[in-house]
Write a protein that binds this ligand. Structure first.
Ligand SMILES: Nc1ncnc2c1ncn2[C@@H]1O[C@H](COP(=O)(O)OP(=O)(O)OP(=O)(O)O)[C@@H](O)[C@H]1O
Ligand SMILES: [Mg+2]
Length: 340
């Protein structure tokens, strides 16, 4: 934009119309003082360039649009001189930094995550050794105190809790190190039956009904048995922990066409839905649930979904979620089928 010596706007380009949200016609008929009333910092910069110092200034600031919305901008304001070198106005160069800021934030976040992952892995490794010692010592004590039931119980607690921490550390290490897949042809229903078998008591104790809708014509997939069982188990446990009346597991051949353009080159996909009618997920939480360490549970690690997401991606598939607070959630695993 160009502002003349009487502070009137004398030139604007198309980008200025976009940034201010006003048409060129409107911009050119208004005084800068009126136009930038909400942006005192910009008026100061204009004054600076037109004033006795005639100086150029730069700043990064928020530009408030007429309707109160703001855009992060970088600004450069310098005096505009005529042929004789006299100041004839002021040139305003504003750059929208929205996209750049978002990219910088993304970068910072992934840097933080990568660093955190490395730190956590190193720490996990260091903690596992002394834990082994503690467990061994507890087992020795346990062998000595067989005559005292209360001591027995306490040593059992020690051993059980050490095992729990160990498991947690293994999960952490899993997430931090890229692991290869041991791929073989798999029957998804067989895996699901294994997982549901493991959860049947938990479900019964919480009076949760488990429903299966299995498509009998489901093709085989190529995948890593134990890693996929871990995925299904995590999703099932999350569903059961959401205090539902019912959890429904559905399998089907995926017909969503957009998936076929995926990088795996696969043309046929199977999907497994875990649907619960439990608490549902807050809209604000949804973008975070796949991040490591995000948890809303008192004893959660927040690693379950992060591991699921990574494993499914490693299989060339996709993990999706739909959820409504108070209504329940659906987690949908889509995996490439074995090609025939
Ligand atoms: N089916 C679900 N219903 C409601 N909330 C869910 C569901 N699945 C996940 N969540 C939310 O997402 C969060 C992250 O889940 P994730 O499985 O990664 O960790 P966690 O379950 O809290 O801990 P962990 O899996 O290590 O025990 C949960 O704490 C919960 O708030
Ligand atoms: Mg979980």
């Amino acid at each position: 934009m160009v502002v003349d010596c009487s502070r009137g706007v004398s030139f604007v380009n198309q980008a200025a119309e976009t940034l201010t949200g006003l048409s060129a016609r409107k911009l050119l008929t208004r005084a800068s003082g009126d136009l930038f009333r909400a942006n005192r910092w910009l008026l100061d910069m204009i004054d600076n360039s037109l004033g006795p110092n005639e100086s150029t200034s730069r700043s990064e600031n928020k530009f408030f649009k007429p309707r109160g919305k703001s855009v992060p901008v970088s600004a450069l304001v310098s005096p505009l001189r005529d042929q004789d070198g006299r100041v004839a106005g002021s040139v305003l160069l504003l750059r929208d930094r929205t996209l750049r800021q978002a990219m910088e934030e993304d970068l910072r976040r992934s840097d933080r995550l990568a660093l955190l992952g490395k730190l956590a892995a190193a720490l996990a490794h260091e903690i596992k050794n002394p834990l082994g010692g503690i467990k061994g010592a507890a087992q020795l004590i346990r062998a000595e105190v067989t005559h005292d039931p209360s001591l027995l119980e306490n040593t059992d607690i020690m051993i059980r809790e050490v095992d729990r921490v160990n498991q947690l550390l293994d999960q952490l290490l899993d997430l931090a190190r890229p692991t290869g897949l041991q791929v073989e042809p798999l029957n998804v229903h067989e895996l699901l039956e294994q997982v549901l078998g493991l959860e049947v008591h938990t479900a019964a104790a919480a009076q949760v009904r488990i429903q299966r809708f299995f498509d009998p014509s489901l093709p085989m997939i190529l995948g890593d048995r134990s890693r996929l069982i871990q995925v299904f188990l995590n999703l099932m446990e999350n569903a059961l922990q959401a205090e539902p009346d019912c959890v429904t597991v559905t399998t089907r051949i995926e017909t969503d066409f957009s998936l076929r353009t995926g990088h795996s080159g696969a043309t046929k996909f199977v999907s497994v839905d875990f649907r619960d009618d439990g608490t549902g997920i807050d809209e604000d939480d949804l973008p975070d649930i796949f991040s490591p360490f995000f948890t809303r549970k008192r004893r959660g690690t927040g690693l379950g979904l992060a591991i699921c997401d990574r494993t499914v991606k490693e299989h060339g598939g996709r993990l999706g979620v739909e959820s409504q607070l108070g209504e329940g959630s659906v987690f949908k695993v889509t995996l490439p089928a074995q090609q025939d």
